[in-house]
Design a protein around this ligand. Sequence first.
Ligand SMILES: C[S@@+](CC[C@H](N)C(=O)[O-])C[C@H]1O[C@@H](n2cnc3c(N)ncnc32)[C@H](O)[C@@H]1O
Length: 239
Amino acid sequence: MPDRPALEFEAAWDVASAIPGWLTEDQARLLFDTARDLPAEPLLLEIGSHQGKSTVVLAAAARAHGGRVVAVDPFVDGRLFGGPSTRDKFERNVRAAELGDVVELLPEYSTRARPGWSRDLDYLYIDGKHDYWTLSDDLKWARHLPDGAPVLVHDCYSSIGVTLGVLAKVLPSRHLRYERRAGSLALFRVGRPSAVDRLRIVRELPWWLRNVAVKVLLRLRLRAVAARVFGHEGPYDPY
Ligand SMILES: C[S@@+](CC[C@H](N)C(=O)[O-])C[C@H]1O[C@@H](n2cnc3c(N)ncnc32)[C@H](O)[C@@H]1O
């Protein structure tokens, strides 16, 4: 029944697209489709939930086969992420989507929650703090996943910290192989990579450099140059 998940996705995206956040429809579809392929009663872990845009997509896919989503987010303060009021919005959005029974909130830094974690996981989505050290630590959650399980990394090829972390920890790794991406959302799977899998990560680097150049131009208020040279429209960083 190939159209059944597609219809489910449309319903989930109808709700999620109205929630502020950083996720394109293509990326939501990749999150949803990989979650929808999991075995029965999966446990998904999301790092970085913000107002729940990606959480709703993951939870809708998980619920379709009796799964649950653990959403890890300390709701950091600041202009970009909003602090405690963002937690209220997250809880409201998950409730409004009628997914409260599927989502378990862990209001903690991923790096603090990880050392004491003991539950098996089936799916890992990383979109928390985008620095090299946190990303490197977040990748260690993959030790709780079985062979073949998906590990998705947002801003994989649009953030300096995340990309350096992927180059240092994933490129030489014998436990994660690169599959594909939707924009800057990359899909890896637990498993031994081939030389070709590694090469495919390296081949994304020109695209990463392009995104870094766009970000520099936007910081310099050269939006028109970013549009003319790189075809990047709008005031927001590429993701
Ligand atoms: C880019 S936003 C996540 C966006 C969300 N996935 C969406 O679809 O809209 C990053 C989130 O990571 C959270 N965060 C920052 N540091 C974190 C950490 N160490 N562990 C978990 N979450 C963290 C922030 O509070 C923020 O809500």
